[in-house]
Design a protein around this ligand. Sequence first.
Ligand SMILES: [Zn+2]
Length: 225
Amino acid sequence: MNKPAVILLSGGLDSATVAAIAKRQGYTLHALTVDYGQRHRCELEAARRVGRALGVRRHVVLKVDLSQFGGSALTGDVEVPKDRGPDEMGDDIPVTYVPARNTVLLSLALAYAETIGAADIFIGVNAVDYSGYPDCRPEYIEAFARTANPATKAGVEGRLKFTIHTPLAKLSKARIIRRGIELGVDYGLTVSCYDPGPEGEPCGRCDACRLRRKGFAEAGVEDKN
Ligand SMILES: [Zn+2]
């Protein structure tokens, strides 16, 4: 029997690639998508499409409404920044940062993983072509991984030794896309935009759209989305 793994699946291109990598490594995929009140609701439908395409064993879509806290352009009524160049993106932590999002997501993934007896959790964080979020950096992921074993019954009893897998951590967007295409990922199923139109059409101007466009251009691949 293949080992189970929990994959945090957002509907974006990074997590779709991560799921394909985990599948190639022989894991049975248990997807977790968190409906945290993101304004880009079409992301949730994209996550379901990606999950189906990758043949996940089970896909949990969990509602944890962080928009009740507000504090982010992705959940609240702050404008999503547009037309920022690569230099600006690297400068500050942008308003699209969702307070402590990856800690919330990883904690839920850990709870799911412990429940199903999975020692492996996959998350598509990336510290190369990213928006400058602190909880995408390797030092943060390492710190979380250190808490996972003492935080859980399975960890303390030594039945599971949890590992947080970040296969995209050191890859540029272009390399992520090329790797995904090798693995047969259909990026047409994914969405990246932070501020899509009513039909889910990407704005083309937010950081996520710009990083995506640059990645496909550098990879020399057409984006079918
Ligand atoms: Zn956009």
